[in-house]
Design a binder for this molecule. Structure first.
Ligand code: C2E
Ligand code: CA
Ligand code: CA
Ligand code: CA
Length: 278
């Protein structure tokens, strides 16, 4: 009835108001979090399929909220991107990851690949080059294999300027990995045009590759295509031995996922490397 329809409208608009209110609150808290540096990095091991050894880690940010505890990036990265707060957060992430890698090297840990997520917003800012150039001037940088993980959207929305920026950053000794591969609409031409040397198969394909024949074929196709272009492949979200075996049989190069390890605090990652070898 009309009455019901009206009530439903009110219900929705109340819901939306509540969501908007929560968002404003989160935004305000995030500003404070940046000032107080309430962030922490976790490191998820990535292993080499052939040797079973640790090849590196992906740094993943968490927000240590004074009341709510550890907040997942899924809850604040999008807001940080919309508001530009991703710039100071992203700068902190890069600095902290490199500081940690330098410390690990000083502690005698072997050289590892360190992957850091970089938002498209950061790529549209010229400041990214200076940020990495500054890091590159610090002692020990040449011993760290820094990898920037970017999503397809970075390449799809990119201009010639992005391409130049990517190449300039690469000259500093940094590599690129194309994250969440398969979820966007990028084509082979992107992989050829941009200086990417690595792709990561999105978790959604990996998780269904044993149940869904389309996902299995897609995973196979991505691996073969990437290899024919001279790129290495990491599968993310590997949770079962069956998935690991499927990927291994298809020559996937690196694995990442709960089967190997959840993301770990820095000290636990270090112990993981000491236990498993690198
Ligand atoms: P992502 O880059 O695709 O990172 C992988 C996500 O999958 C991580 O979630 C990781 O904890 C989770 N994961 C790893 N293995 C498994 C598994 O076996 N099963 C399942 N179900 N999940 C697994 P997390 O840490 O919550 O990060 C979520 C997203 O937030 C990331 O997705 C990335 O897009 C973004 N993010 C995280 N840290 C940063 C950062 O420093 N900067 C930016 N710009 N984005 C970040
Ligand atoms: Ca990533
Ligand atoms: Ca990913
Ligand atoms: Ca993802």
């Amino acid at each position: 009835s009309k009455q019901l329809g009206k009530n439903r409208c009110q219900f929705y608009s109340q819901d939306m108001q509540e969501a908007a209110r929560r968002r404003v609150q989160l935004e305000a808290e995030l500003r404070v979090a940046i000032e107080r540096r309430e962030f922490v990095l976790y490191y998820q091991p990535i292993i080499d399929v052939g040797s079973g050894r640790v090849s590196g880690a992906e740094a993943l940010v968490r927000w240590q909220h004074p009341l709510r505890g550890l907040v997942s990036p899924d809850e604040f990265i999008a807001i940080a991107e919309d508001t530009g707060m991703i710039l100071p957060i992203g700068a902190w992430v890069l600095d902290e990851a490199l500081r940690q890698a330098t410390e690990w090297l000083a502690q005698g840990l072997p050289m590892l690949r360190l992957a850091v997520n970089v938002s498209g917003v950061q790529f549209r800012e010229q400041g990214l080059f200076e940020l990495i150039a500054q890091a590159a001037r610090k002692p020990g940088f040449e011993r760290i294999q820094l990898v920037l993980e970017i999503t397809e959207s970075v390449l799809m929305q990119s201009s010639d300027a992005t391409e130049v920026l990517m190449r300039e950053i690469r000259q500093l000794g940094v590599n690129y990995s194309l994250d969440d591969f398969g979820t966007g609409y990028s084509s082979l031409s992107y992989l050829k045009r941009f200086p990417v040397d690595h792709v990561k198969i999105d978790r959604s394909f990996v998780s269904d590759c044993l149940e869904d024949v389309n996902d299995a074929l897609l995973v196979e196709a991505i691996i073969n295509m990437a290899h024919s272009l001279g790129l290495k492949v990491t599968a993310e979200g590997v949770e079962t031995e069956a998935q690991r075996d499927f990927l291994g049989a298809r020559q996937c190069d690196f694995l990442q996922g709960y089967l190997i390890s959840a993301p770990l605090p820095a000290d636990d990652f270090r112990s993981f490397v000491l236990r498993h070898g690198a």
